[in-house]
Design a binder for this molecule. Sequence first.
Ligand SMILES: O=C(O)CCC(=O)c1ccccc1C(=O)O
Ligand SMILES: [Mg+2]
Length: 323
Amino acid sequence: MRKVELYRFSLPMEAGVILRNQRLKTRDGLLVCLTENGKQGWGEISPLPEFSQETLEEAEASTLGWLHSWVNGEQAFESALPSVAFGLSCALAELSGFLPQKADYRKAPLCNGDPDELFAVLGAMPGEKVAKVKVGLYEAVRDGMIVNLLLEAIPDLKLRLDANRSWTRAKADGFAKYVQPQFRDRIQFLEEPCKTREESRDFSRETGIAIAWDESVREADFVVQAEPGVAAIVIKPTLVGSIQRCHMLVEQAHNAGLMAVISSSIESSLGLTQLARMAAWLTPDTIPGLDTLSLMQSQLVRPWPDSELPVLEVDALEVVWRR
Ligand SMILES: O=C(O)CCC(=O)c1ccccc1C(=O)O
Ligand SMILES: [Mg+2]
């Protein structure tokens, strides 16, 4: 006997969360609950505006098609839409026990430009200190100075930086010039400094600053391989696809000697806790990039440990389909 429930959610975001060109007022998505033999499996399907190719409407239509097949015991094919493939694979993996319960709730704190906030968080962080700083939003020179300041002030800190392809080579060089040479190897990586992969590779070659692929991982021609200067790939499952596909990418990265970082696409606490479980399972030696819950005003169904945000329960959600 199989049963399905499909819910829609809309969680208010903190004021001022901007994604590329738009303000994100609410985080909208679907929750699916599969039941079979008295067991339940949950999954979150929430395409991220400005980042996902698919809209929520398209994701919903694809999900409904899959759920119809599954509940009727027919062959249900993996959706071509990454957010759908991810959420449904999570639900199936919970049903089958394939996704372990143990989670890695460490997260690399995100800094959007105010180093004072970061000092406080890092001071309280046990163990390995890794933070992620968004760069490329202000002047490259300012970014360089903030990186210096942080690395100088906290000797056991390592940084991940993320430029989201915002720099020309000249701007990226302007940044690098301000980072003291002795600090450069404490930059674990700089995600996608330049507009093209070729420019980013050149940048790394010339500055000695390691880089990581994020946007590139989702491009059709991308191949995971060892390259000079490349330290890591960032895997955002909602943008990439099923757990199986993410698992394969992690394996390919590790075989190539690259770090794989499981990372958030601003999922609700339900999806985020599943990402923390994927990280504990697939990348146990790497702190995942999951510090996005505080961008929201509410959690969803499953709380993240120690978060003080209120939790929206299932009964408060709109039911899209139930069978
Ligand atoms: O990677 C992280 O640590 C947090 C997630 C993050 O930065 C992010 C989240 C959603 C969309 C894009 C990005 C990004 O990498 O720029
Ligand atoms: Mg990025």
